[in-house]
Design a protein around this ligand. Structure first.
Ligand SMILES: [Zn+2]
Length: 136
């Protein structure tokens, strides 16, 4: 299995970790692309490795880097992408990316409608105590 390259600042982001695991198994549906308000260009979030275009075979198969995903979007879908600087992510970039990954799971929780159960709920233990004997 090829290991994906991801931005170092996402290494500690739990939501990003979940994104990478939940998308290929179909547990997470990604929202459509956002576009830049001025240019209408498609915005790819830093660290993204799955294609979000409808019916794309690469929707669940990770690219090894966001750069590869961007090349795919341009080449396969004729999408005009919002320019990003290839260098280090700025603090704002990092914050925006992390909050995007977090937002994926906030929505998921609402949709799950209480189906997520805590482990403790499944661990109901009935203890039989020894106080049944009656002394006369
Ligand atoms: Zn695609």
């Amino acid at each position: 299995m090829k290991k994906s390259r991801s931005p170092p600042f996402l290494a500690k982001c739990d939501a990003y970790d979940m994104y990478k695991r939940a998308v290929p198994v179909g547990e997470l549906r990604l929202p459509p692309y956002d576009t830049d308000a001025e240019t209408g260009n498609v915005i790819v979030v830093r660290g993204e490795v799955y294609c979000r275009m409808p019916n794309c075979p690469r929707a669940k198969i990770a690219f090894c880097s966001t750069t590869n995903l961007r090349n795919h979007l341009r080449g396969q879908h004729d999408v005009v992408l919002q320019h990003v600087f290839d260098g280090r992510a700025t603090r704002l970039d990092r914050e925006n990316s992390i909050s995007w990954y977090n937002s994926l799971f906030e929505d998921a929780e609402e949709n799950a409608n209480g189906e997520i159960k805590h482990e403790e709920d499944n661990e109901l233990k009935f203890q039989v105590d020894g106080h049944n004997e009656v002394k006369v």
